[in-house]
Design a protein around this ligand. Structure first.
Ligand code: IPE
Ligand code: IPE
Ligand code: MG
Length: 255
């Protein structure tokens, strides 16, 4: 694995721009959206794909470089079997249907998470979609599937030690960073969670160290461009201090 070294927000103060370079989203509230309309929960998941399409378009328009979305958590296997089966089928269908359009739009698709539990057909589709879009230079869209933040850290430690057994004695953040799922991406600047819950639900625990958090009650299937712009506006008004004082930040901005 050849990894670019990207300093983390706890070791270096990153450059901050008005538009986030990397946005991470927990797309929550699909089931409640459907229930409110007297439809089965899974219709909310179906509609959620449309919201993702809108947000991908908005990210491209605003010049966001990385979008990472939580599609299925390592804990979502606890859901009723029918819902899990539907989600897997939807994932496969959406991948197969959308990948050519993504490729035309210069999008690089990546999938993170533990793939070992997925069906062979889905695993193959993931490999094909990533291979087709690997050299695209536009938006990097990362889909977290059977992903968990704790899994990510443990997996990274294991991979690092396999490659460099001597690091078992002592290692740094910089040693570990390339082995994390998003080791080749900057840390998220903005985290969005739809659906009203204010929690992280085991998503990107390591990478969110200094990310700005934005929560909205809007349910994911109802989230579109207008809501996305509201989140960007909120981000624009944040002062990212990374441990410094407000005075230090302002002095640096005026320098
Ligand atoms: C998020 O929506 C999608 C997944 C977890 C796959 P939910 O299905 O969690 O919707 P709510 O939270 O029950 O409304
Ligand atoms: C988090 O949503 C996972 C995804 C959006 C894929 P959940 O709806 O599963 O989260 P909790 O369990 O309510 O925290
Ligand atoms: Mg939920």
């Amino acid at each position: 694995m050849i990894a670019r070294f990207l300093p983390g927000s706890t070791t270096t103060i990153p450059d901050v721009a008005a538009v986030p370079r990397h946005i991470a989203i927990i797309m929550d509230g699909n089931g409640r959206w459907a229930k409110k309309r007297f439809m089965p929960r899974v219709m909310g998941h179906k509609q959620g794909v449309e919201s993702l399409r809108k947000v991908v378009k908005a990210c491209r328009d605003f010049g966001v470089d990385y979008l990472t979305v939580f599609a299925f958590s390592s804990e979502n296997w606890r859901r009723p079997k029918d819902e899990v089966t539907f989600l897997m089928a939807l994932f496969l269908k959406a991948l197969e249907r959308e990948v050519c359009k993504m490729h035309e739009n210069n999008i690089r698709l990546k999938i993170i998470g533990d793939r070992s539990r997925f069906a062979e057909e889905l695993k193959q589709s993931m490999i094909d979609a990533e291979a087709l879009t690997a050299s695209n230079s536009g938006l990097t869209l990362t889909i977290a599937a059977n992903y968990g933040g704790r899994w990510d850290v443990i997996n990274a430690v294991q991979s690092m030690l396999k490659a460099h057994p001597q690091l078992a004695q002592n290692f740094t953040e910089a040693d570990l960073q390339p082995y994390l799922s998003l080791g080749d991406a900057p840390e998220p600047d903005l985290f969005i969670r739809t659906g009203g819950e204010q929690r992280v639900s085991n998503f990107m625990l390591w990478q969110l160290a200094y990310t700005e958090l934005y929560f909205t009650d809007t349910l994911w299937p109802a989230f579109g461009r207008k809501e996305f712009e509201k989140a960007l506006d909120s981000y624009k008004n944040r002062e990212r201090r990374f441990g410094q004082t407000g005075e230090q930040v302002q002095r640096n901005q005026n320098a």
